[in-house]
Design a protein around this ligand. Sequence first.
Ligand code: NAP
Length: 603
Amino acid sequence: MTTTNQIASHLLRSRIGKLCVAITGVTADELIEKATSVLKETTFLEFRLDYLAKPAAALPQLKEFLAANGAATVVATCRCKENGGRFAASITAALDVLMKAAEAGFQIVDIELESIEKLPKTTMEHLRNAGAAVIISHHDFHATKDLDGIYKRIEPFAPDFIKVVPTAKSLSDNLTLMRFLERMEDHSKSSIVGICMGEPGIISRVLGLRAGSAFTFAAANAGEETAPGQITARTLIETYRIEQVDAATKVYGVAGNPIGSSLSPLMMNTAFRRETVNAVYLALQTSKADDLFKLAKEIPIQGLSVTMPLKEEIIPLLERTDPLSAKIGAVNTVLRAQDGKFYGFNTDVAGIVGPLERRLSLKGAKVLVLGAGGAARAAVFGCRDKGAEVWILNRTPETAQKLARQAGAKTIKREAVAKTDFDVIINATPIGMTGQKAAQLLGPEDLTARIVFDLVYNPIETPLLKMAKQKGLTAISGVEMFVQQGARQFEIWTGKPAPEEEMLRVVLHSLKQSAEAAGEVSAPVLPPAVAHVEASAPAKPEPVAKPAAPAKVEAKAPPAKAVPLKAASKPVKQAPKPVPTSVKKAVPAKKAPAKVVAKKKSR
Ligand code: NAP
């Protein structure tokens, strides 16, 4: 690279932001319309010229756009089909488009490694002479492997940016990429851009930046993703606060599979922002507890929400669980404490018991629980713990009988429900969930209770809740459970009261938006119970005692043993958290409670 080019390249790097928004369109008009809208929020764009029906023909119009928008920095990409793009012609034809794009005013062109290796040696020089900085990119749509080998192939071309984009098949693949980025940050003369594609790679789109990636890519709008796992610019900016993520940012996440449509990242990141906690909460897609823990130890992750299918599987990997989680045999919350070890809790119980106790005393109350899976276990043990009499109705009677034995509850036959008076009916099956076609378990004649609580939260108002409202009963939406269990997690992790109202607001807003997008005639009506919470929940509720609020600092625990990633190992502003008292009260470590519980496996 010549000195003039080096200066130009340096100036360019100082002008681009952390986020490059990929713009697609079949026509120049479509590209320009979308770009004009995105420019209001961010000035660094990538035009995917390979999506255009006639890329070369569109360039005069795009030249006018670039001239009229001097603040924009725009990458031209014309990826060939053989390299995962949409450009159907030869690599020479693609190069011709990129040359013309550079002449038209695009500041950066992106060319694939596989193309430039086949083109004449003078290609880099020609592109530079046309006035553009160069990204050489490599995409692996199958795996994360041999990143150093790819780097070695790109390095001799001395581009301004080296872009390495593998596919994450596991959470651990993100570690491979981030370690690579850290090594290259000190070593490489070119700026490095690194992202893992795929749902398990979402974490790299946020944390890759602090590991050394020069920038990351985002989609302009949902449905316009140019790579698997890509997130919209708005989500990265507003939910993940990507511009603020730095070495001191604590990392939390929700782990399970599937996780793509989880509302937890929206809800928890909103809570962190609202309470000005320097933390980011990510979607961690995995079905394997050991994959999760490898990542959690190395990043290091400070806290986890755990969902299906990991709620039981993670128990043997924890240092200890609180007594309630041990009894239920399921953990939905993990805290990394001051000693660097992982402790387990179950806030699903608080998410069920809390909303009920706002409306009645559970002591002596008669409760019917539909289902005998994970959520039902939390409901049954939680209600029993508060002194309620509990009946269980489940599709598989044996599972119901086992749970009833464990929790001191009873089972009931379907035909006996209408003849029995209950105070509360809780649905802990997926029936009623959006997309679930199974018939309702109960009819109006079976709703012989004052309160019906449907743990399903999407839709907000399920058929069961509609039925309950029509009978004049109190209906509680699963949204309340969702927000309550999340609020308790927030308190366990931060020691601060959770901003419940704000958490509820964003969840309701998102559910209504999805319902509207799915073509529902009108937005779902808020059940009175949810409206009640919305209206009456205090902005700063008392942190729920109990297993939640981290209490006094445990006598000096040893520092975390995990080897953090370089960026994460820089000084962290917030003090590490203590081990909550409820865990301290749990069976002493020497008795290895978590392991004992796991071996006993109560389900
Ligand atoms: P799970 O462990 O898979 O248990 C599902 C239960 O539903 C099992 O008892 C199963 O019966 C029963 N079931 C499933 N399909 C059925 C059908 N077609 N007809 C009759 N019974 C059926 O799931 P989970 O974790 O307990 O979750 C259950 C539901 O609770 C979820 O779908 C979710 O909507 C809700 N939930 C909500 C929250 C929240 O925050 N609001 C949190 C967790 C769960 P078998 O034993 O016969 O298989």
